[in-house]
Design a binder for this molecule. Structure first.
Ligand SMILES: Cc1ncc(COP(=O)(O)O)c(C=O)c1O
Length: 387
């Protein structure tokens, strides 16, 4: 139904069923032209390309993202090459020589998890991780812990990368957290953006929302973003000269100046090819009327068809019993199967790969992701009968 947007990736991988969409989505064909457009703009405009990028491409991309997330102020969106850079910039809002209490979960992606764990090796920095399981009581337990700990930073995913479990009502969740703390609240929305319909209008003033282009936004690696609450006046000490845009003409001061918009969290010169690709995909979907709501409906149908195909195989390991699915209406766009061990998962993933079924795994969890480039009538897991 949507496969015509993905001719190049599909043609390049004719015998594969690519179920790692949650990790690295296939790129629509428009991204190829976008990549070339960046080169062409560099050649034709040379130094003046920056006027074009900062005057047109970035504001348009900010607007497209703001429309999807229903954010009131597009200029509050700042770009970076990856989320880790943005996570580090958030940490750098704090004086790390003073006590810092960070409250998070046991299921955050490594960009946060590894950095936070490393920082917590310092005596003054404390990291508390609330288990996501059991899912049924997660939000209640998390909010109670925030209330008790009174942390400086709260960091939580919208959809957890190691299960697919999603916070059902993100605005209500953030407002409930904000009710009990003044802490910085950060949501890692990488598995939510362009997958689950998300309306941030009610919490835009309160939350830092992180996401990027490589997964459901389909623009490839190298373009992540963060929505910064309007009016934010924090001064990250990990700061690049792009964070000064809008103040460059200001009177020279001994103090380091910051932009009044999302750029106060910016770094420095980067390759904007990836932003061109993201811009091209979001524009394509907008023109075609492909909303996140439509994508989500389509993927939920794919997921049902996948489960039906899986149950036909009667596989001893890969089945409804090993599937971590708390509730279909609180789930992201990939399924996670929890097996007995990491090696069992690795062996099964390798077997599937040898049979043209591409998945990915994290420790003892095998993940199958879905996207617009799938057609449910092409799902074929019959290799499992042989394995
Ligand atoms: C929840 C989540 N956040 C962030 C990332 C990417 O992080 P980074 O852009 O720092 O590589 C991923 C990638 O898999 C992820 O699953």
């Amino acid at each position: 139904m949507y496969q015509h947007f993905y001719q190049r990736f599909l043609q390049a991988n004719p015998d594969k069923q690519h179920f790692a969409s949650h990790s690295h989505h296939y790129w629509p064909d428009v991204t190829r032209e976008a990549t070339l457009a960046y080169w062409d703009d560099s050649a034709s405009m040379v130094d003046d390309k920056w006027l074009h990028i900062f005057g047109q491409v970035i504001p348009q991309t900010q607007q497209l993202i703001a429309d999807i997330l229903n954010l009131p102020a597009p200029e509050q969106i700042v770009f970076a090459g990856n989320t880790h850079e943005l996570v580090m910039r958030l940490f750098s809002c704090f004086d790390l020589s003073k006590p810092l209490n960070v409250l998070s979960t046991d299921s955050e992606f490594y960009s946060f998890q590894r950095q936070a764990t490393r920082l917590a090796e310092f005596d003054n920095i404390e990291l508390t991780s609330v288990p996501t399981e059991p899912f049924a009581s997660f939000t209640e337990r998390f909010i109670a812990k925030v209330k008790m700990e009174q942390p400086d930073m709260v960091f939580c995913s919208q959809v957890f990368f190691n299960s697919g479990y999603a916070i059902a009502d993100l605005p209500a969740f953030v407002l409930a957290v904000a009710e009990v703390t003044d802490a910085m609240i950060v949501i890692d929305g990488y598995h939510g953006f362009m997958a689950l319909p998300t309306d941030l209008s009610a919490i835009a003033e309160r939350v830092f929302y992180l996401s990027g282009s490589y997964k459901y936004a389909q623009g490839g690696e190298g373009c992540c973003f963060m929505a910064v609450p309007p009016g934010n006046n924090q001064r990250p000490w990990y700061t690049g000269w792009f964070a000064e845009f809008g103040t460059l003409a200001a009177e020279k001061s001994a103090l380091v100046l910051y932009s009044n918009d999302g750029n106060r969290f910016a770094g420095a010169t980067m390759d904007y090819t990836a932003l061109y690709r993201l811009h091209a995909v979001l524009l394509l979907f907008k023109k075609q009327g492909i909303t996140v709501g439509r994508i989500h409906q389509y993927v939920m149908q794919l997921q049902q068809a996948f489960l039906a195909e899986l149950s036909r195989q009667q596989h001893p390991l890969l089945n409804q019993q090993s599937l971590l699915l708390y509730r279909p209406d609180q789930h992201g766009h990939f399924f996670t199967f929890k097996l007995a061990s990491t090696s069992e998962v690795a062996d099964l993933a390798a077997f599937l790969k040898n049979n043209g079924v591409i998945t990915d795994y994290r420790t003892d969890r095998l993940r199958f992701g879905f996207g617009l480039y799938h057609n449910s009538d092409q799902f074929d897991l019959s290799c499992l009968k042989r394995g």
